[in-house]
Design a protein around this ligand. Structure first.
Ligand SMILES: N=c1c2ncn([C@@H]3O[C@H](COP(=O)(O)OP(=O)(O)OP(=O)(O)O)[C@@H](O)[C@H]3O)c2ncn1[C@@H]1O[C@H](COP(=O)(O)O)[C@@H](O)[C@H]1O
Length: 104
């Protein structure tokens, strides 16, 4: 089982834990708006770390982004496999070609 698949299972388990003992449960109790806000904050922090040029900082912030995205997906009932299937569908199609096809 890969890291994101294990994380997805852990998050699903922790959604029903006590908010006093679980950060996932705490976020779930606060609701979708708070989870979305946290994802936005973590994304901004990743951007700042990238621009500051600190690799260790960027790695940490990128992990925070992925974790909070996984919590958001769980909250919305979207499975990781759905997102991976979408990436698989896009595989091999250049982003430039895809954009050009939209403006035709
Ligand atoms: N990967 C993570 C992970 N990454 C980051 N974080 C937490 O995300 C939080 C983000 O930091 P912030 O300072 O922004 O959070 P905060 O101050 O509590 O947030 P605010 O209330 O101020 O908005 C920190 O509390 C981190 O510990 C994570 N918490 C949990 N996990 C994974 O989720 C699993 C389940 O965690 P629990 O639900 O806590 O058991 C863990 O075993 C890990 O695998």
């Amino acid at each position: 089982m890969d890291t994101l698949t294990r994380l997805e299972a852990t998050i699903a388990q922790r959604l029903t834990a006590s908010p006093d003992e679980s950060y996932v449960a705490k976020l779930h109790a606060k609701g979708l708006k708070k989870i979305a806000q946290k994802l936005g904050e973590e994304a901004t922090e990743a951007v700042i770390a990238a621009l500051a040029g600190d690799e260790a900082e960027l790695v940490g912030e990128a992990a925070d982004v992925l974790f909070h995205l996984m919590v958001l997906l769980a909250e919305k009932g979207v499975r990781l496999e759905q997102v991976l299937a979408e990436l698989d569908r896009r595989e091999g199609t250049s982003g430039i070609a895809e954009k050009a096809s939209r403006s035709e």
